[in-house]
Design a protein around this ligand. Structure first.
Ligand code: ZN
Length: 171
């Protein structure tokens, strides 16, 4: 609830998604819409006669949403956004105890459980148009983080120059 008691924009949007799940349960999983009383009020709300159909519809929606997160993360990385920027979109904030936000965003998107497990995200670089294997932001050198850019890719060169300035190293 917002300060004034009405639903927040976020709650309103979540409500729209829930209504879509409800419609999916009816349209695709054989449920029939029924109206149930809301306890303690004279109002009713729409629900379905078969809650399992609702669960199936919600699960399908969740799986599709998770796949969409991966697709959009791929697009973001392809367009040059950092894992830190993706972390912001995912609502991941700084925390003293937890790993850096970019690493946590990478874990979230790729399903990596810990830093000992190797996962990657593959996308086409928006600059050199090569297929890049993104190993996440935890690698020490830019070449340990992203493999596959062309040698002259300006994005790759910029990252290596920045890394050299940051670390004072020449490799
Ligand atoms: Zn590139």
């Amino acid at each position: 609830m917002s300060l004034f008691g009405g639903p927040t924009e976020r709650e309103r949007l979540a409500g729209q998604i829930r209504r879509q799940i409800h419609r999916l349960a009816v349209a695709a999983f054989g449920a029939v819409e029924v109206w149930t009383p809301i306890a303690g009020t004279s109002m009713t709300r729409p629900t379905v006669d078969d809650p399992s159909a609702g669960i199936r519809a919600a699960l399908l929606t969740r799986n599709a949403a998770e796949a969409a997160i991966v697709d959009y993360a791929r697009e973001a990385r392809s367009a040059g956004q950092s894992w830190g920027e993706i972390a912001t979109a995912l609502g991941i904030g700084e925390d003293e105890i937890l790993p850096p936000v970019g690493e946590r965003a990478f874990d979230e998107v790729t399903g990596r459980v810990d830093s000992h497990t190797q996962t990657d995200l593959r996308w086409i670089c928006g600059i050199c148009e090569q297929r890049v294997t993104d190993l996440g932001p935890s690698g020490a050198h830019p070449n340990d983080q992203e493999r596959g850019h062309s040698e002259t890719c300006s994005r790759c060169v910029t990252e290596i120059v920045a890394w050299r300035e940051r670390t004072g190293r020449a490799d």
